[in-house]
Design a protein around this ligand. Sequence first.
Ligand SMILES: [Zn+2]
Length: 176
Amino acid sequence: MNKHVPQRTCVICRTKKDKNDFLRLVKIDGKFIFDKEKNKQARGFYICKEKECLLRVSKHKKINISSEEMYKMAKELEKINTEERYIKILNVLSKSDSLCFGMEMTFENQKKLEMLIIAKDVSQKNKEKLIKLCADKNIKYIEVATKEILGKFFGKESINVIGIMDEKVANGLKTL
Ligand SMILES: [Zn+2]
């Protein structure tokens, strides 16, 4: 099902994209503030989640933004970039036998697990189960993307978790 997402334009490069693909700034009392949740009631300005556009914002004559606000946006970009790196790597690895996916397969393979990738929108109950599993096995987990995004790698509608069963792959992911 395609949800309708309103289109916005980057104030810097004029690219049109979904609202969700931008960082939002609002102008309040003449000052520009980063609107992380995109819900502040003020005139909004949209900026691509790209280093290039962010750099140009910081130098823009008409956009008067404090370095504190710039720092917050840069942090956000860093988070996105890390997540994108994970997603790219998982996409490449999805066909390899070093991964298992879904609750059932993950618990079946628990002896071999080196690390877990847990979707951010997994239910509280499943999250607790998975975190307990990590504690029992003394392995790391990270929370990345959504069940739907993780599911796509394996041709499923949605999956809760990906288990990494290869030490080298797990170590590689940990350094991202
Ligand atoms: Zn842009």
